[in-house]
Design a protein around this ligand. Sequence first.
Ligand code: NAG
Ligand code: NAG
Ligand code: NAG
Ligand code: NAG
Ligand code: NAG
Ligand code: NAG
Ligand code: NAG
Length: 531
Amino acid sequence: MRCYERFIILTVLLCGGFLLMYTVRESTRDDNTSHRLHKVYWRLLRAEQRGEELSYKLFQMVEKLKTINNTGANVTISNSTKDSLGHSLNNTSTRRFLYPQPYTLLYLPHLSENDDSLQPRVYLGQGRSGVSLVLGIPTVRRQKQSYLVNTVSSLLFDLTPEEKMDIVIIVFVAETDGAFVKTIADSIQKNFPDDVKSGLVEVIAPSPFYYPNLSNLKETFGDSKERVKWRTKQNLDYSYLMLYAQDKGTYYVQLEDDIVAKSGYTESIKNHVSNVNTEQWLFLEFSQLGFIGKLFRTSDLPVIVEFFLMFHKDKPIDWLLDHILWVKVCNPEKDSKHCNNEKSKLKRTFKPSLFQHVGVHSSLPGKIQNLKDKDFGKQVLYKSHQNPPAKLSSSLKHFESHSLDRAYQGVDFLWVFTPNQGDYILIEFNTPQTVKRYRFRSGNIEANGDRFYNTTVQVLPSDVSVRQRVEQGQLSCCKPSSDGFAIIGSFINAIAEGPVDGALGGLKAMRLYVHSNSEAWAVLSEIFIQV
Ligand SMILES: *[C@@H]1O[C@H](CO)[C@@H](O)[C@H](O)[C@H]1NC(C)=O
Ligand SMILES: *[C@@H]1O[C@H](CO)[C@@H](O)[C@H](O)[C@H]1NC(C)=O
Ligand SMILES: *[C@@H]1O[C@H](CO)[C@@H](O)[C@H](O)[C@H]1NC(C)=O
Ligand SMILES: *[C@@H]1O[C@H](CO)[C@@H](O)[C@H](O)[C@H]1NC(C)=O
Ligand SMILES: *[C@@H]1O[C@H](CO)[C@@H](O)[C@H](O)[C@H]1NC(C)=O
Ligand SMILES: *[C@@H]1O[C@H](CO)[C@@H](O)[C@H](O)[C@H]1NC(C)=O
Ligand SMILES: *[C@@H]1O[C@H](CO)[C@@H](O)[C@H](O)[C@H]1NC(C)=O
């Protein structure tokens, strides 16, 4: 409310000031003529009337805003907050989001035209809140390739079960076409059913009434009409996502839909945050690029969003973010060195970067954006182990130098073209091995979708009598395959691992066998045969 009061007082003061100037000027120029005085009198009267009209309009506006505030507060859960599965969302984060903050209405007056213009459409989500890290991924329809599933895969790749409990990943589809949002939600549901079920991954979209008419924007900074529209919408997208995220956890990390994460990124973030938590800063930078990997305290988000909304038509988001720093700490009477110095206290940059940009096509059609963060470095995409000497063979063709031999030796990962039914990887030990445990992991943090699906782990006992017992189904550990191998396990969620039953004795060979055609390439990032 204070905002409006200030506004009224300011307007009244300004009006008063003008009137005063007016009077003074008129009276000094025109001296004694009563005719002129008369004219001035009438003008004053008219000005006064105008002022009254103005203040009445202002009053009306304030009243209108008040009732909006009221209706906002009264809005109960409407049918639109049901997710696609029909669960009603009952949680505080959704509720508190419903109150339109006074400033959102000032900068986006069209929001008052609909009761639910800020109400998020939650397609997938369990209303998770109270976590440490909220990761926000805005995404839009792209003409070219979409990286979203890979991005989410990468973020999920090496989270421990504990870490999974303490994070929420919000995919914000910044589109109002419900059918399109549904396709995104469906692909997230299909690729990450467990993480959707646990509430770790959410898919939301804005209310269809959120965006103003973006066709009348002023072109600034030499940006074309299309570009101004794009960057303005982007500002609104980020703001919406931040508003939605603010109640869900302690820290908010801004991400993009075309990135890969560094292994162990959550731990790194938590460590860095705990090191500087008592100090003053506005955001921590875990990537050098644009608006990727910026961490905010969620308690700071309302102020930041207000700033973004205030200038959403004027500048792109990364400039606005920099301007916040400028406004806070720069002294116009001092030089830019002083300013940069002060700004760097509010913006802490961490190296190496934890997020790398992988996309080439920007969401602005035609814009190529081949930006790479130099400070991301190269990450190790495989885990090496000492494996028993063996002869290796496979029906799968590998990509570039990512061969089976190198993967088995623990110096690379195996990367193969799309596996089909009947494809195999065969490991024939030079001498029979008594294997205690095995572990095969598919996918890696940069290609987490490249997994082995419907693939079993099979072994060939060296002892003929054991093989016969397997074939006759006499061993409880395993099922027989059609050609003398015993099936001892399979890939579940990208990993196949377990002990090897001692009854199998020494093994002549191990084999991975693909049972159905895959849609993607496959990576084998860890091979561990423990003897
Ligand atoms: C809007 O609602 C909030 C919470 O209900 C209240 O604190 C605030 O004073 C209201 N503002 C106006 C303008 O009525
Ligand atoms: C909001 O709720 C209050 C009390 O529940 C009620 O008196 C008021 O009329 C409601 N306002 C609107 C706009 O529905
Ligand atoms: C929401 O409710 C209104 C009226 O109650 C109805 O017209 C509209 O179709 C509903 N929308 C959905 C998505 O169920
Ligand atoms: C939602 O909250 C209301 C009261 O706050 C409660 O009665 C209701 O059972 C809750 N529903 C769910 C699905 O949790
Ligand atoms: C609300 O959130 C809590 C914890 O964050 C969760 O246990 C609960 O299931 C959620 N309720 C609904 C209706 O989504
Ligand atoms: C947006 O504004 C333009 C120009 O004023 C107008 O032609 C167009 O119809 C408006 N679009 C909507 C959806 O109101
Ligand atoms: C695995 O492959 C077998 C044989 O082709 C097929 O019958 C089965 O449905 C597949 N399972 C899955 C989960 O795709």
